[in-house]
Design a binder for this molecule. Structure first.
Ligand code: HEM
Length: 443
């Protein structure tokens, strides 16, 4: 590869990758590439079938996360993590906690500060939303099956950490809403077995400042470090196994792309890189547009006389949990127990989703039990979130929530099995027809 540029001769640089652009651009990129040596970088090429958004959901989450890191660092230049009240004559509104006052200052005084803060907040919503999409896509298409079990487990921890970022970040503007919601979350956290031992760690000397300092430290250093390590391991494993092939009805379908397959594909640079850049720009454009139309409005500060007695309200991704706390008979320990079981179920799903409980196939149409569980979880999340949004803090009697949740499950079971029975009947008919023609089982 180096001969093309050695000794200042007139030899033409060789294009060290498959031609991708037009002749001129290929030569320019070829010359740059000779100097960067991208062909030797350990980044996997991607098979042609994977150039559809469904195969890139993780990359979308990673893009949104990178955006959060950049906007978060910029916000750190101005934010003051203090509950002390600002005095008159300073740059922050007098009588308000500095954490709230510095947020107010970012929005009203820092050039484009309102834009920066809103993109960080809506970007957090987008990151968590995309992480749920990535999770459910993997759940329905069985990407966690061998050899991607550890990739899945690390992904579960990533999702929990992302939610931790949301929880700790929510307190930072120190609004009446966010302080109340954090208190509910702390009560739940302390309900875990051994929670009272954890209390001094989370609450410090039990002052408001001690809690804010801890949430701030976790949000800007503790959890980001954990996320960086987990994300590194997640992507390393992805690079090792490559993208999971299409979901299939064939139990023998291969689950890895071999190195031989790799050689037939386009390299990471420039094809994969440009594809990802296109989506990253699309994401940034969409986010900027939403922020420009609906910039975030800062609620009143904690301790303000105009705060009223509204019930604590978390961000949308925790509404479901807060609603569960409104269910009659559900104590913090029951809620925490249920969430712990849910996390353990997701974490060990690669080993739970085995015969005879379910199928070795990966296509959702062959795995009705898993589809029912997935639909139930998604349905529960949606219903509880809307319920929490429209009726926050309203106690729900046992008979009412049992009827609602039971109906979701029942309708789900009936629908999925109706589709499954229809699919099996069609499958049997095709099997008979193919058998009559030449004894080949349909895939
Ligand atoms: C929350 C932060 C997360 C980030 C930033 C992330 C990032 C990624 C990236 C970049 C990939 C490469 C393929 C792709 O673009 O889809 C990937 C693949 C994968 N992720 Fe995640 N992920 C996250 C969460 C999760 C979660 C919650 C799970 C499941 C519990 C998970 C399970 C997987 C699996 C099994 C693969 C391999 C899928 C395949 O080969 O198609 N990830 N992830």
């Amino acid at each position: 590869m180096g001969e093309g540029i050695s000794g200042g001769t007139s030899a033409k640089p060789e294009v060290p990758y498959k031609p991708f652009f037009n002749r001129t651009l290929d030569r320019v990129w070829g010359a740059i590439d000779e100097r960067l040596g991208t062909q030797k970088w350990p980044l996997r090429p991607q098979p042609d079938f994977s150039f559809q958004p469904g195969y890139w959901t993780g990359a979308f989450v990673a893009t949104a996360f990178i955006f959060q890191v950049v906007s978060g660092i910029l916000l750190l230049f101005y934010y003051v993590p203090s509950t002390q009240l600002a005095t008159a004559g300073g740059i922050y509104p007098a009588g308000a906690p500095l954490a709230w006052g510095s947020t107010y200052y970012i929005i009203h005084t820092v050039p484009l500060g309102w834009f920066l803060l809103s993109t960080h907040l809506y970007g957090a919503y987008a990151t968590i939303f995309l992480a749920f999409i990535h999770f459910f896509r993997g759940f329905y298409t069985g990407v966690y099956k061998k050899p991607r079990e550890f990739t899945w487990m690390i992904g579960t921890l990533l999702l929990v950490s992302m939610l931790g970022m949301g929880f700790t970040g929510y307190l930072l503007p120190y609004t009446a809403l966010s302080v109340g919601a954090t208190d509910v979350g702390i009560v739940l956290t302390l309900a875990v077995p051994g929670g009272t031992t954890l209390a001094p760690l989370i609450l410090g000397n039990a002052t408001d400042q001690a809690l804010l300092s801890r949430m701030f430290a976790l949000h800007v250093v503790g959890i980001p470090l954990a996320l960086a390590g987990l994300l590194g391991a997640h992507i390393l494993l992805f690079e090792t196994h490559g993208v999971a092939p299409r979901a299939s009805s064939d139990p023998q379908a291969k689950r890895v792309i071999t190195e031989e397959d790799d050689r037939k594909m386009g390299k990471f640079f420039p094809k994969v890189f440009l594809y990802m850049t296109k989506w990253a720009l699309f994401y940034a454009g969409g986010l900027f547009l939403i922020v420009a139309i609906w910039p975030w409005q800062l609620p009143v500060f904690y301790g303000s006389s105009s705060a009223g007695g509204s019930s604590p309200e978390p961000d949308w991704y925790f509404l479901w949990l807060y609603k569960v706390m409104d269910f009659q008979g559900v104590t913090p320990i029951i809620a925490v127990g249920a969430v712990t079981l849910l996390i353990l179920f997701v974490l060990f799903l690669p080993w739970i989703d085995r015969r005879p409980l379910t199928s070795t196939k990966t296509h959702p149409r062959d795995r009705p039990v898993l589809v029912i569980v997935g639909n139930f979880l998604a349905g529960l999340f949606l219903v509880l979130t809307v319920w929490g949004g429209v009726m926050p803090g309203v106690v729900i009697p046992t008979s009412m929530y049992a009827t609602y949740l039971g109906s979701i499950l029942l309708v789900n079971i009936v629908l999925v099995f109706a589709f499954y029975a229809r699919y099996r009947a069609q499958y049997s008919r095709r099997l008979l027809k193919r058998g009559a023609e030449g004894n080949v089982a349909p895939k």
